[in-house]
Design a protein around this ligand. Structure first.
Ligand SMILES: NC(=O)c1ccc[n+]([C@@H]2O[C@H](COP(=O)([O-])OP(=O)(O)OC[C@H]3O[C@@H](n4cnc5c(N)ncnc54)[C@H](OP(=O)(O)O)[C@@H]3O)[C@@H](O)[C@H]2O)c1
Length: 251
């Protein structure tokens, strides 16, 4: 696809073995980019890679001490540059205050806040070299309260403030930093949070009923905006949190 502005650009998508990350890896590859998809499960990543020859994968736990640098080195080593970092990998945790547990809080923040920070730090020299861009994945609950899962909401509020702060900090380098805040989207997120199938189904029904457009989103509908914000043509947009939620924010 030589006409695409993302042709031959190098993109890292974390959490590429499922949901929004898989859809994003595919969308970037279809736009002509070289994509490195990252996650812990090699089999899930392979299923993503099987969908497009432009996708390579790396199995890594992003909360491991040396993983962020290794991920950046893998992409830059393979293609010689890095243009786009999509910080998508994240976990949800249902954790009422009465059940708050230090290990669970720390694990949540390690993936949702620390890992994106260390990935962005390691990516910086490459992003500076080609006026690259960072797209973070927040949530409706990055700017709305979520009783019963306050730490998830807090971790997404953190990624939104990192987005705005990095946008100003890196503007002089020509590096744009934005985020997409999806509303309820079909993915493995609820199951990955350890909820039973019955509870997942109930939550999904309740969410769909609250969304003005009458349904949950698809990963592809979110991924399309990750690609738009990363597009080199989006030259004058930085520090923004784009809500993609079927109108939920308005209710
Ligand atoms: N779905 C929604 O309704 C919704 C709404 C708002 C925001 N979001 C956000 O969207 C992002 C993507 O979530 P999703 O909905 O697509 O859920 P998902 O299907 O559960 O995807 C999360 C991905 O992160 C990866 N991951 C988890 N822990 C990891 C670790 N330690 N190291 C590396 N990768 C790890 C998982 O793969 P492995 O298990 O193989 O590592 C998985 O592929 C998350 O940041 C989530 O908070 C989702």
């Amino acid at each position: 696809m030589p006409d695409s502005r993302l042709h031959d650009r190098v993109v890292i998508v974390t959490g590429a073995g499922s949901g929004i990350g898989r859809a994003a890896a595919l969308a970037f590859a279809r736009a002509g980019a070289h994509v490195l998809g990252v996650g812990r499960r090699p089999d899930a990543l392979q299923q993503t890679a099987d969908q497009h020859p432009g996708i390579a994968v790396l199995a890594a736990d992003l909360t491991a001490a040396d993983a962020p640098q290794a991920v950046i080195d893998a992409a830059a080593g393979r293609w010689g540059r890095l243009d786009v970092l999509v910080n998508n990998a994240g976990v949800t945790a249902v954790m009422p205050l009465a059940d708050t547990d230090a290990t669970r809080v720390n694990d949540l923040l390690a993936l949702n806040v620390t890992a994106p920070s260390l990935l962005a730090q390691a990516a910086l020299p490459y992003l500076r070299a080609h006026r690259g861009t960072i797209v973070n994945v927040s949530s409706t609950y990055g700017h709305r309260p979520l009783p019963g899962a306050a730490h998830y909401a807090a971790s997404k509020a953190a990624i939104e403030q990192l987005t705005r702060s990095w946008a100003l900090e890196l503007a002089a380098d020509g590096i744009r930093v934005n985020a997409v805040a999806p509303g309820p989207t079909a993915s493995e997120a609820l199951t990955a949070a350890g909820l039973s199938e019955a509870v997942v189904q109930q939550i999904e029904q309740d969410e769909a009923a609250r969304i003005p457009l009458g349904r949950r989103g698809t990963p592809e509908e979110v991924a399309a905006w990750l690609v738009h914000l990363a597009d080199p043509a989006a030259t004058w947009i930085t520090g923004q949190i784009l809500t993609v939620d079927g109108g939920l924010e308005l209710t």
